[in-house]
Design a protein around this ligand. Structure first.
Ligand SMILES: NC(=O)c1ccc[n+]([C@@H]2O[C@H](COP(=O)([O-])OP(=O)(O)OC[C@H]3O[C@@H](n4cnc5c(N)ncnc54)[C@H](OP(=O)(O)O)[C@@H]3O)[C@@H](O)[C@H]2O)c1
Length: 272
């Protein structure tokens, strides 16, 4: 067992106080925000593994800064090129480059990792996020689609393995914080707020003229492209209802959606 861990700022700290992270989708909106937090608290977090699909330039900078032990890319050619790039670099850390779904599963279930940030977009996050749950990790669930696809399996497996599903989508995180440890059986209603997206005031007859740029331009948030489009169509709120149902063991009929244009109140819970 190691007596200390070197963090991103070169500090040596006892392993028990450092949370070791895998960031799935490190080059996306969730991933970049996660790394910003790690940057701010280098004595608390250590990056063990990073992944991306195609933003290799951004990933290279992240590898230089955080010196992860494992990196997963989309294919073997990308992995080979990165191996070449980092071969002669005297970074002090040996990085192993893996690829594809198997690589994502490896970095999600690595025994050294405490916390997996699920920041891949869409269904591609299903297998790696599930493997983190199977491995009993704490999983920061931003990637909502796997819960929508297989929420029951995720919850059942987490109950068996002891994995913790940390609600990271802002609405669900607000509820998680508001509950403050209150047993889930005490929830009477959950109220998810919605800003309404960029077209909340647009008359229906104008919808045919909407451009992609307009749909991507969310009035309150800067996010990845898929979630921005899902927010513009309000589909995102539908996904969030299903996500809340699984995360908080609450029947869908007890979950309401309320328009809160300013996005100041992120969500609410009523307790019995
Ligand atoms: N952004 C937010 O504020 C926010 C808030 C709440 C929930 N979420 C949820 O969090 C998830 C991530 O959203 P995001 O906005 O961060 O998305 P994003 O900016 O599009 O980033 C997606 C990340 O996943 C990687 N990726 C995309 N397709 C992949 C694939 N097929 N295999 C492996 N990696 C892949 C991307 O790599 P490349 O960069 O190389 O393409 C990138 O690192 C989504 O499920 C979203 O609904 C996001």
């Amino acid at each position: 067992m190691k007596s200390s861990v070197s963090t991103a700022n070169g500090q040596e700290v006892p392993p028990s106080v450092v949370t070791k992270l895998t960031v799935l989708g490190a080059t996306g909106s969730i991933g970049l925000n996660t790394l910003e937090i790690v940057r701010q608290f280098p004595h608390k977090f250590k990056i063990e593994a990073l992944s991306c699909r195609s933003s290799i330039e951004c990933l290279v900078e992240q590898i230089k800064e955080f010196q992860p032990r494992l990196v997963c890319v989309d294919n073997s050619e990308q992995a080979r090129e990165l191996r070449e790039t980092f071969r002669d670099r005297n970074s002090g850390t040996e990085t192993e480059f893996v690829w594809g779904v198997e690589g994502l599963i490896q970095i999600s279930s690595d025994p050294e990792v405490d916390l997996v940030v699920a920041g891949i977009v869409g269904a591609a996050g299903l297998q790696p996020t599930y493997s983190a749950v199977q491995a009993g990790k704490t999983v920061a669930v931003a990637n909502k689609e796997p819960l929508v696809m297989a929420g029951e399996l995720f919850v059942q497996t987490a109950n068996k393995t002891g994995a913790k599903l940390l609600p990271t989508d802002s609405e669900h995180n607000a509820i998680f914080q508001a509950l403050h440890g209150e047993p889930l059986e005490h929830i009477a209603r959950l109220i998810l707020t919605a800003s309404g997206g960029p077209f909340r005031d647009l008359p229906l007859k104008e919808f045919g003229k909407i451009t992609l740029a307009e749909a991507l331009s969310h009035p309150n948030w800067e996010m990845g492209r898929k979630i921005s489009i899902d927010s513009a169509t309000m589909m995102n709120k539908g996904l969030e209802i299903i996500e809340a149902h699984w995360l908080f063991n609450t029947p869908v009929e007890n979950i309401d959606v309320l328009m809160q244009r300013e996005s100041i109140i992120h969500s609410m819970a009523r307790i019995r």
